[in-house]
Design a protein around this ligand. Sequence first.
Ligand code: FCB
Length: 470
Amino acid sequence: MATAPFPDGFLWGAATAAYQVEGAVHEDGRGPSIWDTFSHTPGRTLNGDTGDVACGHYGRLDEDLDLIGALGLGAYRFSVAWPRVQPDGKGPANQAGLDFYRRLVDGLRSRGVVPVATLYHWDLPQALEDQGGWLARGTAQRFADYSAVVAGALGDDVGMYITLNEPWCSGWLGYGTGAHAPGTRGVASGVAASHHLLLAHGAAVEALRATTRSPVGITLNLNHYTPATDHELDLRAARVADAVLNRFYLDPVLRASYPEDLVQEVGRAGGSFEVVRPGDLEAISRPVDFLGVNFYSTAVVADMGREDEARAAGYLVGPVGPGETNASFGVRGVGRQGMEHLSTGWEVDPAGLTEILVRLHREYPRLPLYVTENGAAQHDYRGPDGAVHDPGRIAYLARHIAAVHDALKAGVDVGGYFVWSLMDNFEWALGYSVRFGLTWVDYPTGERVPKDSYHWYRRVARSNGLPPED
Ligand code: FCB
């Protein structure tokens, strides 16, 4: 019996993404992606780590399907690698690539697990990048064509389609700050890439509607921003951060507009929304069936010029947390004393998840929500007993699941929750230095070792809520 039962049919899931787990980058006709190029460029990823081998999921599909099946999940979220399906980003499908995802989908279905497919989790075919990548408007139509190919092959057997994962990351980190592939920098390019990604989303929604009856949505990374003090500049920093990270993506998709304050801030930072053409916002805002929310951390922000004041007010001033410090917009992320941190340095505060879900329910009503990622990077190690004891991850997940329950009690429509991640994997620019998995991956051998959190999460899924404390 769960202490706080969830609604019947609530989907308990776990998530991965193609480049982070598959490896086998040269197999069965897969073409190169921008992450292959980026990770092989010296200095771009920690220790020069790449996804060449990753978890070897491509070659261990059956074993991993059993791992998912034994976890007793309702759903499994994976991403389809565009360069496996269309090695150079356009034209006829590479059948071997589609076959791999067909085997995955069938294997999930036969284990009673709903397949949830993300169509773009950042691995743009390099051939398209060579023609401008997300700075080129035409990439949006390429993405719609590719989406139709995938849905044509997998159809309604995929239970939910997610067009994009976190366009802030692929647009802004990829083309604005350059921290992610392809490593381009500039406010103007960050804005153009984000807009074209959103256009791609809209075009894919249309293409998917013509091909499948399964629900279609988009996943955004959203943060709850608190100003460090009530000084007007810190209040402004929190508003700007919200505009740049949250509303930049929420509003065009759900309200057919870019927020006015965002347009002004972008102008002040030397960029513009000149790439937007008549009709674009209508195309971007084609109705979706759900919104996916990825949440890891909350953020306190200050004005960049007020770091001394933030320090004097007792904050830790450094690069803490994902996405808060945004030099182009004068926003500085600050840390609170006495908070727990993930091994990525991100501050733990589950209340922010409830806040985000309640806010979405209030400001963008009648939209079913799913937490499509939430998880904890911990300093895991394999003990002398061969097991991985990860009480910190269990505590993090339990607190965030309770935060989702709080949102449900407040009347928010949340249909599911997905742990990031099923297994340890390639964490982008941080390489293999951090572990988010419910399952330990021994990288030299590929061995999988379910952690304590895996066994705990199985009980959550089975009892449809948090199990009573042992
Ligand atoms: C998210 C990504 C996911 C993973 C987690 C930790 O931003 O979507 O691929 O890297 O962060």
